[in-house]
Design a protein around this ligand. Structure first.
Ligand SMILES: [Zn+2]
Length: 253
């Protein structure tokens, strides 16, 4: 299909050839999410944001891909002086290629993570931007419930929230809240086969690769899923929604 959007990648970890492969497979827009594993200083994240907005944006453009960036504090890389990052986020949200906050959220779910998430959701609400929310591999139901509780307390519009790495275990929680399910294609999560068999539960979702070096990942996860769905008779209008239009509408891209 035309104009595929990968709604969640860690683009600073993506080789140039990965961008080329994505372009050849039909990806035209990418959302690059912030995540610097083990960051201990606010400046580390500022340099990370800068790299995405310069080098990664340029490399994507050289391959005919438009990169959009989300900034924020990932729970696996929260600096000691994280409030400094919170204070700087509004200045990034004023930049033209920055389309929201992410990847943010809870990984273990401790109080510090909850505080960091809450402060970022307050910024997203104030500036009316979308957020991309992480869900962890363990304690998924409890962590997702806690995330939704915090979001509800902050009062952010649920339709502006992608709750990512959705699967059969948390899809009802996401839908009941009114958030958008992020559909990360990977072998130990939502596979193309599982997606096909339960497609009626995910039509509001946004496909992504979540490409990083944290675990086995495939930069072609989205085009491969699209091809699998097409070859197995999935409705073209649903494929187009989850592979392109849902993300374009949410991010205004
Ligand atoms: Zn991610």
């Amino acid at each position: 299909m035309e104009g595929i959007v990968d709604s969640h990648t860690h683009v600073s970890l993506l080789p140039f050839e990965g961008l080329e492969s994505m372009a050849l497979a039909g990806v035209r827009k990418i959302i690059g999410c912030s995540m610097f594993f083990g960051a201990t200083y606010a400046e580390t994240l500022f340099d990370h944001f800068h790299q995405m907005l310069t080098l990664s944006t340029s490399n994507a453009a050289k391959n005919g891909i438009k990169l959009f960036v989300t900034v924020g504090i990932h729970p696996m890389g929260t600096p000691e002086n994280w409030p400094r990052v919170i204070d700087a986020l509004p200045s990034y949200l004023n930049m033209s290629d920055v389309v929201g906050l992410g990847e943010i959220g809870l990984h273990e779910g401790n109080k510090r993570e909850q505080d960091v998430l809450r402060e970022q959701l307050k910024i997203a609400k104030e500036y009316g931007v979308p957020v991309i929310i992480h869900t962890p591999p363990q304690h998924r139901v409890e962590i997702t419930e806690k995330t939704i509780e915090i979001a509800a307390t902050v009062g952010i519009e649920p339709g502006k929230m992608i709750i990512d790495h959705a699967n059969l275990d948390i899809i009802n929680l996401i839908e009941d809240f009114g958030a958008i399910p992020g559909l990360t294609i990977r072998p130990e999560g939502l596979t193309p086969h599982l997606l096909l068999n339960h497609l009626e539960r995910f039509p509001r979702g946004v496909l992504n690769s979540d490409y990083s070096n944290l675990k086995p990942n495939d930069p072609l996860g989205v085009p491969r899923a699209v091809r699998y769905l097409e070859l197995n008779g999935a409705p073209p209008e649903i494929i187009a929604r989850i592979a392109r239009y849902n993300a374009e509408e949410l991010f205004g891209i």
